[in-house]
Each structure stands twice: as structure tokens, then as C-alpha cells.
Design a protein around this ligand. Structure first.
Ligand code: GDP
Length: 528
């Protein structure tokens, strides 16, 4: 087997999707604990708190209790290399989340035993389903009283519309949670609690007919377990891996991240079933992992670390071997770029990457060279079209309130726009020089203001505009200029010089379309 094929087969690149508070941070820590990346789970959190204290713009995260940024963690488990993409949970960041999920090959859907399928779970699930990636379910907090496994599985099937197959089955729940039964090996995993789950759980694995089981779980729970197993074997669906691969069937695991119950069992099975990086389709056809280097930029972030005031473009390697200082063609500009100082980011720490393989995420620091969605390749020039752009739904003028810092204001706005946090529009027909920001949710405007203040030292003011609908327009330039847009619409330019109309409502749009049959209206820039 070639080195690239071998390395690709070892990789699992995935994201955890969940509603806030379901236990994503906790599960991440435990995966790292079992993955051997750190000795004591909890250091991620400690690191995170430390980072929050030192980095100003993380304050917003803390205030709002949301995760604004995503990081990538890489760790090893047995023979595998795992790349865990962290997705922000908050609603207003769905565009960022969507982009991050384009880099994942599978998703782990985390559900709180007591709360079941929550709103944010539904939205993120829809994104994964849209992309057709395999979805694994981990029902967390089994040590907490909840609805019970059967009710939860029914909810997953009914609310999300995906069939489910339990890979393991919980024995009791709440204070009676004793462990899980592994359906494949037909063994019972009994757990003992460790202090705050800081070290790996001690585990006893017994055959189902081992008499010691009843000593630990009691005759009643044992009988319930036997009945449940019968029911699952008779009524349940089998674990058809092809259906899992197509995202039609979700394997379900039960456990408790806090106390480490079921985490390792999950991890080891996940390694077996989850897909390794595979072919992605570019404009010239499928790109298999084996071949020249290629990849795409799915995320850009400025000032991740106050000590390194640079912009990082996160590249997902699709094929070939990435090497430090290699040259690659940049499809959008046609230029050759030297990829120097590639980084791997572990929470806030960085280390230089010497090489990377399909599925890996590399942080590139070339100043200003990259836009979201850009493709790089060292072979034939190709273009991946993996990263969608989203039409903004809220709009606002943003004003620089400090005349002496105009340059900083402009730089800040431009960089935050590059990240895809907001889109920029310019009203060339008015005397106003300020940009109009467009975003999918209002919270993004707050983030922009907050980051302008803390990262660029600029105070700004917002003047919200009442538009709700956006259309890119194409047509004869003379005709375009002569249109009377009225007070319910405004003709502006996007940052690339395209004509765009901001419109009050869908009704107004309909009117404009009827009045101007020669113009073409597009929902997004991609459609131009
Ligand atoms: P996130 O918002 O999804 O990242 O959730 P966190 O990992 O921060 O967890 C939210 C809360 O749930 C914290 O207080 C955790 O200690 C708690 N928690 C996480 N996993 C479990 C679990 O397995 N059992 C119980 N009882 N609590 C948990």
C-alpha cells in the first residue's frame, strides 16, 4: 500500500453536532483522554478558560455563553489519526458551521438523555443530511434520569426522520446506570466511577451469562436487560454499513461523557465504522485521495491569537501529501503559492506541520492570499465547489466612530468580511462612504463590533436597515441604471463589484421582478 493510501485509511475527520449544554466540551475532553493526547481530561477546559482570560474577544463568547470560533483538534487513537472539527453551537453562526461541516467526513450527534432532540440538534442534523455524510449518535448523560432509550430512539426516528440502530444498550439510567451491553460482542461493560471522570474509567467486561453481573446490577435490571436484548434482536434493524455510509441509518451509542461511561466503546467502534477520507468531486471530476496534493479553504480566521496577529486559512487536504514549504497552484488567481509556515492548531497552541494527508486540516498563514472556498493543488488545476456562500438576511450600515482610526476600521472590516462573518456592500450612488454589512443573523453584527474594538481598537456604530431580501441582478447596464427602485429597495454593489438589490420584503421583490422583466435576479453570488 502506498504511503498516501495508508495514511488516508488511518484518518477519521469528523465534527460533533449538538445543542448547547448536551456535553460537547465534556465529550471532546474525554475523546482526547482516551486518544492519549493529554493525560488528564479537563486540561482542555483549563486551557480554554485561560485563553478566555487572556484573549479579549473571547469575552463575548463568555458573556453570551456561546462558542464563536471553531478549532480543530488532532489526536491519535490506536492506529488512527482523528481530526475533530469543533462547530459553534449558536444559531446565528449557521453559515460558519455549515462551512466547517464541509470539511468533515462524518458527524457525531450528541443528544442529552433528558432533553432528547433539541432545536439546534435539528438544524445541524439537517446540514449533515444535506451533505449526505454518515451520522453517529451518542446519547449522553445516562447517569442522569432521562426518557429512556426506547423513547429517545423513537424521537430520533420521528423528529429527524432517520432510522437508528443501537450499537450498545444502556443498563439502567440515572443513579442506577451500571454500564452498557455491547450488541456485537454480546458482552456487558460494567463501569466504576473515577473521581470526576478525570482518568479513564475502570472497566469490567463480562459475558452476558456471567453470574457476577447480577451481583452488580441486581436481578431486576438483569431481567430488563435480557428482555430489551430480545426485543432489539427481534424487532430491530441490523447495522447495515452501506445505509450508515449514505446517512440513512444512524448507529446509536449510550453513555455518560462526564463519568467516562461508554466513551471508549464508542470511540473504538466509531473508528471501525466511520469513513476514512474519500473521493471529493471537483470541476474536472472525482479527486481520489491518492494523487497530487489538493485541498480547499473552508474557514478563515483573523487574530486567533493576540500574540500572532495574522490570518489563518484552514485548508482541508483532499488528496496527496502536503508538505511544508511546498508550492501549489491557487486556482482562483492562477498563481503559484509557497505554503510556508503551515500550522496545526491545538486549542490555542500552534505547532508547525511538516506533512499532512487527506482528511487533515492545515492552517495556512499566507497574508491576504485566501478567500473562503479557494482551491489549492500541486497537480492539474482543479476547483472544488464545496463551500457554499449564504445570502444575508439582515443589513446595517456600520460607522467608524473614531476619525483618527479610519485605516484600522477599514482593515478590520475587510478582514472580518474575508472570514465570512459578514458580507460587505457599498452604496455607490449616495454620498455615504461607510459599508453596509449583511449577515445571516444579528448576533454577527455584535461580534463584528466587539472584534473591531478589541482587535483593531476601533469604536463603531450600527445603523440597521430594514431590508430582508437580497438579489444579485444582471442586465443591460443602461437599463439597470434607469430602474426606479423606490423606497422599498436599494441598488448597491457587493465587494466584488456586482450589482445587488436590497429589498424590504418578498412582496416588494415580486413587484420589482414584474416591473423589470429584462433583468435577471439571483439568490446568491454563486448563481451569477
Ligand atoms: P456543551 O455546551 O455541549 O459543550 O456542554 P458541556 O460539555 O459544557 O456540558 C454541559 C454541562 O453538562 C456541564 O455542567 C457538564 O458537566 C454536564 N455534563 C456533560 N456530560 C455529562 C454527563 O455525562 N452526565 C452528567 N450528569 N452531566 C454531564
Amino acid at each position: 500500500m502506498s504511503q498516501i493510501t495508508d495514511q488516508t485509511a488511518r484518518r477519521r475527520t469528523f465534527a460533533i453536532i449538538s445543542h448547547p449544554d448536551a456535553g460537547k466540551t465534556t465529550l471532546t475532553e474525554k475523546l482526547l483522554l482516551y486518544g492519549g493526547a493529554i493525560q488528564l481530561a479537563g486540561s482542555v477546559k483549563a486551557r480554554r478558560n485561560q485563553r478566555k482570560a487572556t484573549s479579549d474577544w473571547m469575552e463575548l463568547e463568555k458573556e453570551r455563553g456561546i462558542s464563536v470560533t471553531s478549532t480543530v483538534l488532532q489526536f491519535e487513537y490506536k492506529d488512527h489519526v482523528l481530526n475533530l472539527l469543533d462547530t459553534p453551537g449558536h444559531n446565528d453562526f449557521s453559515a460558519d458551521t455549515y462551512r466547517t461541516l464541509t470539511a468533515a467526513d462524518s458527524a457525531v450527534m450528541l443528544i442529552d438523555n433528558a432533553k432528547g432532540v433539541e432545536t439546534q440538534t435539528k438544524k445541524l442534523f439537517a446540514v449533515c443530511r444535506d451533505r449526505g455524510i454518515p451520522i453517529f449518535t451518542f446519547v449522553n448523560k445516562m447517569d442522569h434520569p432521562g426518557r429512556g432509550p426506547l423513547a429517545l430512539l423513537t424521537e430520533v426516528e420521528e423528529v429527524l426522520g432517520i432510522a437508528s440502530v443501537p450499537v450498545n444498550w444502556p443498563i439502567g439510567q440515572g443513579s442506577d446506570f451500571k454500564g452498557v451491553y455491547d450488541r456485537e460482542t454480546k458482552k456487558v461493560h460494567l463501569y466504576s466511577r473515577t473521581a470526576h471522570g478525570a482518568t479513564k474509567a475502570e472497566l469490567e467486561v463480562l459475558n452476558l451469562d456471567d453470574p457476577r453481573i447480577t451481583d452488580v446490577i441486581g436481578a431486576d435490571l438483569y431481567q430488563t436487560l435480557l428482555d430489551d436484548i430480545d426485543l432489539l434482536d427481534i424487532a430491530g434493524e441490523g447495522l447495515e454499513l452501506e445505509k450508515v455510509a449514505r446517512g440513512e441509518l444512524t448507529p446509536v451509542f449510550f453513555g455518560s461523557a462526564l463519568t467516562n461511561f461508554g466513551v471508549e466503546l464508542f470511540l473504538s467502534r466509531f473508528m471501525d465504522i466511520a469513513p476514512a477520507p474519500t473521493v471529493r468531486v471537483a470541476d474536472k471530476g472525482p479527486v481520489p485521495a491518492e494523487g497530487p496534493f489538493s485541498g480547499f479553504v473552508f474557514k478563515i480566521q483573523a487574530n486567533m491569537d493576540p500574540n500572532h496577529r495574522d490570518r489563518i486559512a484552514f485548508l482541508r487536504v483532499v488528496s496527496g501529501r502536503f508538505e511544508k514549504d511546498m508550492e501549489a497552484a491557487h486556482t482562483r488567481t492562477g498563481k503559484k503559492l509557497r505554503l510556508s509556515r503551515p500550522q496545526r492548531l491545538f486549542a490555542q497552541d500552534r505547532e508547525t506541520v511538516e506533512e499532512a494527508y487527506p482528511g487533515d486540516i492545515v492552517g495556512l498563514t499566507n497574508p491576504g492570499a485566501f478567500q473562503l472556498g479557494d482551491t489549492l493543488s500541486s497537480g492539474e488545476i482543479i476547483r472544488f465547489d464545496e463551500v457554499p456562500s449564504f445570502a444575508p438576511e439582515v443589513f446595517s450600515f456600520i460607522r467608524n466612530d473614531d476619525v483618527g482610526r479610519l485605516k484600522h476600521f477599514e482593515k478590520g472590516i475587510q478582514q472580518l468580511c474575508e472570514e465570512g462573518l459578514v458580507d460587505l456592500f457599498w452604496d455607490r450612488r449616495s454620498a455615504r462612504r461607510e459599508p453596509i454589512l449583511g449577515a445571516v443573523g444579528k448576533l454577527q453584527f455584535e461580534v463584528v463590533q466587539h472584534r473591531l474594538r478589541s482587535e483593531y481598537g476601533v469604536e463603531s456604530g450600527l445603523e440597521p436597515l430594514g431590508f430582508e431580501v437580497i438579489r444579485w441582478v444582471e442586465g443591460d447596464p443602461v437599463e439597470l441604471r434607469s430602474v426606479y427602485w423606490g423606497s422599498n429597495a436599494r441598488l448597491v454593489e457587493d465587494d466584488f463589484g456586482n450589482a445587488v438589490v436590497l429589498i424590504m420584503s418578498a412582496w416588494n421583490l415580486q413587484y420589482l421582478e414584474d416591473q423589470n422583466p429584462k433583468l435577471q435576479f439571483f439568490k446568491s453570488r454563486n448563481e451569477l
